[in-house]
Design a protein. Structure first.
Length: 247
């Protein structure tokens, strides 16, 4: 795995207007900020990052945590200090402030090695048949793209990456697997991801990645973060084994 820092400190943005989003109550101690546009795109991701930057100064005092997704942001607060009624104007005021410049970004480009395997318990051959492509074409299409980390969710370390090339877009499995192996590189719709741990799952499995996607004993616990770019690099079965991958 390799990393390249992406410096976006010169990217100018403004605050969010009332037309850009709406706030919805999400339990006794949370709001969800939904963007008006729900399209998955780098522009949408930038709006979420802008909202996070504008609200970050409130974390630790007014707010407890900010959890981003594709086109929304979960905002949690201490209900003993604020109510939805008192918090809302503070959020609206913070979001309206001009964000003259994004702080120097810690976003990076991360290369993740993948053994694209034709073994029967994976779906590489089946994906090729379903898309009308050869196995080599599936591997090339999947590995030649750069994917943005849009959200972390489902399980610790599960990074939602997009957008997958349209030629590879397939619906989720009609019957999810009872167990997907840790490190499985998968696709569904216009998304791709690496399963951080063995778990049930309904995505199509193309191969295996030997890089652990979550380790609570390390800081940071994940090799990627929201806003990063991910590239998958094909490796051989031997290289996968040498890198610590388990079959």
């Amino acid at each position: 795995m390799s990393e390249i820092n992406l410096n976006r400190s010169d990217l100018l943005v403004g605050g969010l207007s009332a037309a850009d989003y709406h706030l919805q109550i999400a339990g006794e101690n949370a709001y969800i900020l939904y963007l008006t546009t729900q399209q998955i795109s780098p522009g949408t991701a930038l709006h979420i990052q802008t909202a996070m930057q504008l609200l970050q100064p409130l974390v630790g005092t007014v707010l407890v945590e900010l959890l981003p997704s594709y086109a929304s942001l979960l905002i949690t607060f201490n209900p003993l200090q604020h109510s939805h009624l008192t918090l809302r104007p503070l959020l609206v005021k913070a979001l309206a402030k001009p964000a003259a410049k994004l702080a120097t970004s810690t976003a990076k480009c991360v290369e993740l090695p993948v053994w694209y395997s034709e073994q029967d318990d994976l779906d590489l051959v089946r994906v090729a048949k379903a898309t009308g492509l050869s196995v080599a074409e599936v591997i090339a299409l999947h590995s030649e793209c750069s994917y943005q980390v849009y959200a972390i969710g489902f399980a610790p370390g599960f990074a939602y990456l997009g957008e997958l090339p349209a030629a590879l877009a397939l619906p989720r499995l009609s019957t999810p697997r009872a167990k997907v192996p840790a490190g499985a590189v998968a696709i569904a719709d216009r998304q791709t991801a690496v399963y951080p741990a063995a778990s049930p799952g309904g995505w199509h499995l193309l191969g295996l990645c030997p890089v652990p996607m979550f380790n609570a004993k390390q800081q940071p616990a994940m090799p990627v973060a929201v806003g990063d770019q991910v590239n998958f690099v094909p490796i051989t079965a031997r290289e996968y084994s040498l890198l610590g991958g388990l079959v």
